[in-house]
Unconditional design. Structure first.
Ligand code: CAA
Ligand code: NAD
Length: 283
């Protein structure tokens, strides 16, 4: 099966990045969101990223314009009627994702593969909202998508080998590196990363050190490019909390309990970089 046209659902930080790399690789991309404003913001970030590539002579002005011309706006899920692959990158919430997948199942042609960029939610449960679980798969990109090489590929219980191979090949087309992992809460990336971030929040909550000190220890001591609190702000504190809740519920183990300070910040609307304030403030 050949993929020509893709719908990316959610024009936030991940959906925008996924749309950009797909369009750069030559795919026709429909970028869907429920809010016009999110699409406009997402497209502005993509344009800025591509302009930087032109400035750095990694891309010509013509290639930039061609890439942008391959991205079209959608505020209506029925636009999925003409695509070969959907990559869903809406919020990390099972109810929202199941609704989207159930609707897509009715709209998209029979051959269409339905992928989700979920950070932690079970692929098998999302697939069960459709009548085509064999064509549902996880494609977990890392943030920032244009820079990070990894895509975790996660099969649901029913995903066929053929679907896996199409998605693996397509990931190579995007110049990314696919790594196959099994369908367990948090997969590999967030099962390992998120408890570290949560522990950093506990370290702050218990007054062991300031946020700057915690980040400095991990940057200089472990050679991490960002400290864990800075990284949490970068990912989005709402996403971090959703992931911890998935791990906590999925494994039933108290070691994954989300730190109350993380909950408090999310309740306050301090979602990190995307909302202008998290552990740090952003202009
Ligand atoms: N979008 C596109 N490009 C970006 C970018 C963004 N948001 N942020 C940085 N870049 C590009 C810059 O343009 C720059 O490229 P050029 O100079 O070649 O043009 C390059 O990345 C390096 O950026 P900077 O020099 O500004 O800064 P840096 O060296 O500190 O790198 C970083 C920035 C790549 C983000 C680095 O800090 C980093 O790797 N941070 C950790 C990222 C990480 O851990 N990501 C995984 C998060 S977890 C996840 O994604 C899974 C999940 O489910 C939550
Ligand atoms: P975000 O908050 O930046 O963007 C989410 C976007 O989805 C928003 O523009 C919102 O308007 C849109 N949206 C919400 N409901 C929708 C619907 N029903 N239909 C269409 N659009 C809808 O979030 P994000 O950080 O881009 O995360 C998106 C997904 O990617 C989540 O599942 C998250 O777990 C996953 N993810 C996030 C990261 C990260 O570092 N932030 C990394 C990997 C995977």
């Amino acid at each position: 099966m050949t993929i020509n046209k893709i719908m990316v659902i959610g024009a936030g930080q991940m959906g925008g990045g996924i749309a950009q790399v797909c369009a750069q690789a030559g795919y026709e991309v429909i970028l869907n969101d429920i809010q016009e404003e999110s699409f406009t913001k997402g497209l502005a970030v993509i344009t800025k990223n591509l302009e930087r590539n032109v400035e750095k002579e990694r891309m010509s002005e013509e290639e930039k314009n061609q890439t942008l011309s391959r991205i079209t706006k959608s505020l209506d899920l029925t636009d999925a009627k003409s695509v070969d692959l959907v990559i869903e990158a809406a919020v990390e919430n099972m109810e929202v994702k199941r609704k989207i997948f159930a609707a897509l199942d009715e709209i998209a042609p029979d051959h269409t593969i339905l992928a989700t960029n979920t950070s932690s939610l079970p692929i098998t449960e999302i697939a069960a909202a459709t009548k085509r679980p064999e064509k549902v798969i996880g494609m977990h990109f890392m943030n920032p998508v244009p820079v990070m090489k990894l895509v975790e590929i996660i099969r649901g219980l029913a995903t066929t080998d053929e679907v896996y191979e199409v998605v693996e090949t397509m990931t190579h087309q995007l110049s990314k590196v696919p790594v196959e992992v099994n369908d367990f809460p948090g997969f590999v990336a967030n099962r390992v990363l998120m408890p570290m971030i949560n522990e950093a929040v506990y370290t702050l909550y218990e007054g062991v050190a300031t946020k700057e000190a915690i980040d400095e220890v991990m940057k200089l001591g472990m050679n991490h490019p960002m400290g864990p609190l800075q990284l949490a702000d970068f990912i989005g504190l709402d996403t971090c909390l959703y992931i911890m809740e998935t791990l906590h519920e999925g494994f039933g183990d108290s070691k994954y309990r989300p730190c109350p300070l993380l909950r408090k910040y999310v309740k306050a609307g301090w979602l990190g970089k995307k909302s202008g304030r998290g552990f740090y403030e952003y202009r």
